[in-house]
Design a protein around this ligand. Structure first.
Ligand code: NAD
Ligand code: UDX
Length: 480
């Protein structure tokens, strides 16, 4: 029986290994982590992450061929294939701070593998890492090898949160990079054999190590670039009377462009896009390519601009001040169908409004009060280090209350911000909400989920990203 061990039981390690276990009953899969609480949650009834379909997969395999454990050394020692799926956050200090990937967690995992291994291993990079990381890992392993042979593979993960199980069941492609030596090719084949249990062979691509590492950064940069492109257009739509949804539809009908990932929004969030583009920018700079670095930097600049623009639009519409006003925040997660708040645009929007002394009442169906208070108290990039590795929860932000119901959040509010596209926000009783709000009642839809005409009929003043402006807003000062 082939044994797999995955170091890191997070958003990637947990679901990915659960699907491998489900699809490959003859493989024993152990997912290990330094976090005792995270492993306890994987072994309990309430899994540590919310992901549609994940519960069923875990329940089918757990205890049969899928195990979650803190006994890292034992499982690494026994494994033939070791996936490393630890976090690779942005460095907060020292050389490359604010851009480069922090490989502390990766390096400590590699050193531990070298310490406990007594047989040959295939070590698979599952984390997103800077191009050439495999070389560094190889050096750490071979310099401490005591005669053991290691093959390093790069097998980046392309799942998106909220659709992780679907993406893993039916991936567009599985990418495996390895050394172009006979041993490297043999290792690639061993990993291909695992995926081939459910992924059609023509979707399993093999490349050299550096292409695989770089493709992951490139894919995320391209995806984020599409969003920044449509968001840049949304500002122009508002200035000209064009409707961004109509523009996206028309542009996306070109088969060379395609319809996906053209949804204008308050900005992209999530743990990957910003981190990976910053990492790409840093790599370009280190390789003497400042023009290329600046090109990609612009994707992040437009994303920051979009979040600022949203806050400025809100404040200027509400008579240039939100001081003491109650603003309801509907949605805090970085997208629907996840409880993940890493780099969610809601953090920047809320901080912007708090800076103008607003009172916030926040509702998200999947995010806890603790998490929201923590997010609003942390410095930029600190979030990217796992919660259990962070210092004690900072003190709560006093102007913020977190409630468990959209009607409660909006009661007596002066304005509503929709920051996550949860389906339930489409079908709220907006007449009831309007009746219970201060007047004039404002809606700022950062995800284009509401029916603008219907809400205007009820009496709301509505701003929806990239849509023709409400006559009320046209009279307000222009927003930069
Ligand atoms: P995560 O923070 O949810 O999980 C990482 C886990 O690794 C944590 O539980 C942490 O405790 C554990 N860990 C850290 N150091 C360890 C060590 N030395 N030994 C054992 N466990 C250790 O992160 P994630 O979202 O799963 O992301 C992991 C990697 O995958 C990152 O490089 C990320 O860029 C990449 N990625 C993420 C996504 C996503 O949607 N979240 C998608 C594709 C790729
Ligand atoms: C992303 C990549 O899609 C995935 O392939 C990679 O493995 C990890 O990073 P994820 O961050 O989980 O996945 O979600 P994604 O669906 O890409 O959304 C990222 C952000 O972009 C979200 O805030 C989302 O709301 C936003 N978005 C997405 C838009 O604003 N408009 C769109 O059209 C699509």
């Amino acid at each position: 029986m082939v044994k797999i061990c995955c170091i890191g039981a997070g958003y990637v390690g947990g679901p990915t290994m659960a699907v491998i276990a489900l699809k490959c009953p003859s493989i024993e899969v152990a997912v290990v982590d330094i976090s005792v609480s995270r492993i306890a949650a994987w072994n309990g009834d309430q899994l540590p992450i919310y992901e549609p379909g994940l519960d069923e997969v875990v329940k089918q395999c757990r205890g049969n061929n899928l195990f979650f454990s803190t006994d890292i050394e034992k499982h690494v020692f026994e494994a033939d294939i070791i996936f490393v799926s630890v976090n690779t956050p942005t460095k907060t200090r020292g050389l490359g701070a604010g851009k480069a990937a922090d490989l502390t967690y990766w390096e400590s995992a590699a050193r531990m593998i070298a310490d406990v291994s007594k047989s040959n291993k295939i070590v698979v990079e599952k984390s997103t890492v800077p191009v050439k990381t495999a070389e560094a890992i190889e050096k750490i392993l071979t310099h401490n090898s005591r005669g053991i042979k290691y093959q390093i593979l790069s097998n980046p993960e392309f799942l998106a949160e909220g659709t992780a199980i679907q993406d893993l069941f039916n991936p567009d492609r599985v990418l495996i990079g390895g050394r172009e030596t006979p041993e490297g090719q043999k290792a690639i084949q061993a990993l291909k054999d695992v995926y081939a249990q459910w992924v059609p062979e023509d979707r399993i691509i093999s490349t050299n190590l550096w292409s695989a590492e770089l493709s992951k950064l490139a894919a995320n940069a391209f995806l984020a670039q599409r969003i920044s492109s449509v968001n840049a257009m949304s500002a122009l739509c508002e200035a000209t009377g064009a409707d961004v949804s109509q523009v996206s539809h028309a542009v996306g009908k070109d088969t060379r462009i395609g319809p996906k990932f053209l949804q204008a929004s308050v900005g992209f969030g999530g743990s990957c896009f910003q981190k990976d583009i910053l990492n790409l920018v840093y790599i370009c700079e280190c390789n003497g390519l400042p023009e290329v670095a600046n090109y990609w930097k612009q994707v992040i600049k437009i994303n920051d601009y979009q979040k600022n623009r949203f806050v400025n639009r809100l404040v200027s519409s509400m008579f240039n001040t939100v001081s003491g006003k109650k603003i309801a925040i509907l949605g805090f997660a970085f997208k629907k169908d996840t409880g993940d708040t890493r780099e969610t645009p809601a953090i920047d929007v809320c901080k912007g409004l708090l800076g103008d002394k607003a009172r916030l009442s926040i509702y998200d169906p999947q995010v806890t009060e603790d998490q929201i208070q923590r997010d609003l108290s942390l410095n930029k990039f600190d979030w990217d280090h796992p919660v259990h590795l962070q210092p004690m929860s900072p003190s709560a932000v006093k102007q913020v209350s977190v409630v468990w119901d959209a009607y409660e959040a909006t009661k007596d509010a002066h304005g509503i911000c929709i920051l996550t596209e949860w389906d339930e926000f489409k079908t709220l009783d907006y007449q009831r909400i309007f009746d219970n709000m201060q007047k004039p009642a404002f809606v700022f839809d950062g995800r284009n989920v509401v029916n603008v005409d219907k809400l205007r009929e009820i009496g709301f003043i509505v701003y929806s990203i990239g849509k023709p402006l409400d006559p009320w807003l046209q009279d307000m000062p222009a927003v930069a």
